[in-house]
Design a protein around this ligand. Structure first.
Ligand SMILES: [Zn+2]
Length: 43
């Protein structure tokens, strides 16, 4: 088991992803991906 460095959730290593240099769970990965989206449609 590995631990998400963002929310602290324990997840299997195969479900751990790297985002912003951190090992994070899938949920945090998706969140950071949508948060740091380079091109957001605005209007
Ligand atoms: Zn997480």
């Amino acid at each position: 088991m590995a631990k998400c460095e963002k929310c602290g959730a324990e997840v299997p290593e195969e479900e751990l992803y790297e985002a912003l240099g951190l090992k994070v769970c899938e949920i945090c990965k998706l969140k950071s991906a949508s948060a740091s989206s380079p091109s957001q449609p605005c209007g």
